[in-house]
Design a protein around this ligand. Structure first.
Ligand code: ATP
Ligand code: MG
Length: 405
């Protein structure tokens, strides 16, 4: 894409009111625009990142047998009364339809929709197990939506729900989902800073598991056991935290953000909706459920929190909006290379704007694409290439660049 054709531009400065690094960099570099607290537009560059993250998450969910659907954001009050959560969920957006006078919910999660939905199709043990997911916008009336993409009042979440005939099968699938999450975080480049964290299991299980990433912007505190490479959330650790796996007490306390959460719901939602199945012996039993959430906006915000420097974002190759940032220092001198690269399938942002070299360099660092290529009168038939992660550039020929992308 030609940078001159982007309708958005980088900003001279980060928006003053934004405190979180992810919000400052993503807004300044032109990935997102804030409409109001906790509500953002994704601009062309930002949407490409969102689609990349979505692709990774979708691939891994499909890999563990997930079937994709799309459930509604508008939900009836009755479903939330069935589970008792109409009264208890404090961040639920509720409102009344003008014409029908019915009370509605703007969905912040979808157990209240998926359980009665699956009930319509699930009859016997032969229909189990099942895993169903969606990637969809959630609404939550957050008290403090102040950390950019980390905490929105409107945000994209992947939520998967699994359905099982017994606990052994739920446990087996839960472990599989855990591994899929770890794979997502490896692919998104945050695995090194992300810890499987033991958290509250609610009324039904001893633990649930969160995936917590170390960042000063995080609102959670976890205690990490370096031996087991797991952590325990402060919320359940009490005054004398110990590793939930090995019992060790020398733990490292860190500020973190929860990027994902997996939870054994068991019969919490099947019971109120009467989601039952017939066993091989003809007996009726409650279906057991698991739920697996992952915030896409939050994942993007987390990537920026862990991968940036004082000049801008450093995108991992897997989610970068483009692989190459081609800068030309004389009008039109990069055109032939741009055509050659794009026709060979490489993704390129071509800075063909009539602005100074200094401005192009600064924008390239701010936007943070993995490879910067410079062509000028000085580089001749060669090009200067530099990884966003390193300080050194090198003069190379076309073949070298082709191999990068
Ligand atoms: P938190 O404790 O941070 O509020 P939560 O426990 O409410 O999170 P879940 O209900 O488990 O979160 O939601 C699943 C996932 O959705 C989270 O792991 C997180 O990645 C994401 N998420 C939750 N709330 C938000 C939000 N306000 N903005 C962006 N992502 C969110
Ligand atoms: Mg919450």
């Amino acid at each position: 894409m030609r940078q001159s054709e982007l309708f958005t531009k980088t900003l001279k400065e980060a928006p003053r009111e934004e405190e979180a690094v992810n919000a400052r960099l993503l807004a300044q570099a032109g990935f997102v625009d804030k409409t109001m607290a906790g509500v953002y537009s994704f601009l062309p560059l930002g949407l490409r990142v969102l689609k990349n993250v979505e692709r990774i998450v979708r691939e891994e969910m499909t890999c563990i047998g997930g079937e994709e659907i799309l459930m509604p954001s508008l939900q009836p009050k009755a479903n939330w009364q069935t589970t008792g959560r109409w009264e208890t969920v404090d961040d639920l957006f509720k409102f009344t339809s003008f014409y029908s006078r019915s009370d509605l919910v703007l969905g912040g999660t979808h157990e209240e929709i998926i359980a009665p939905l699956v009930k319509k199709f699930l009859l016997s043990y032969r229909d189990l197990p099942r895993a169903i997911f969606q990637i969809q916008t959630k609404f939550r009336d957050e008290k403090r939506p102040k950390s950019g993409l980390l905490r929105g009042r409107e945000f994209v979440m992947k939520d998967l729900y699994s359905f099982h005939e017994n606990e052994a099968d739920l446990d087996r699938y839960y472990e599989k989902a855990k591994r899929a999450y770890q794979k997502i975080f490896r692919r998104a480049g945050i695995a090194k800073k992300t810890y499987l964290t033991y958290a509250s299991g609610g009324t039904f299980s001893q633990y649930s598991h969160e995936f917590q990433t170390i960042t000063p912007a995080g609102e959670d505190t976890i205690f990490i056991c370096s031996g087991c490479r797991v952590a325990i959330n402060k919320e359940i650790a009490g005054s004398d935290p110990a590793c939930p796996v090995c019992g060790r007490k020398e733990l490292d306390s860190q500020n973190t953000i929860e990027v994902g959460n997996i939870f054994k719901l068991k019969d919490k939602f099947s019971k109120p909706f009467g989601l039952r199945f017939k066993t091989a012996e003809g007996e009726e039993k409650d279906v057991l459920m698991g739920c697996y959430g992952l915030g896409l906006n939050r994942l993007i915000g987390t990537i920026v929190e862990v991968s940036h420097d004082d000049r801008g974002i450093i995108w991992p190759e897997s989610v970068a909006p483009f692989r190459f940032h081609l800068l030309e220092f004389k009008k039109g001198i990069g055109q032939a290379l741009y055509r050659k690269l794009t026709s060979s399938g490489a993704s390129v942002l071509y800075d063909d704007r009539a602005v100074s070299a200094g401005e192009k360099f600064a924008d390239a660092d701010l936007i943070g694409l993995p490879w910067r290529i410079v062509v000028s009168e000085k580089t001749g038939s060669k090009m200067e290439v530099k990884s966003r992660k390193s300080k050194k550039s090198q003069l190379v020929n076309y073949d070298f660049i082709r191999k990068l992308g």
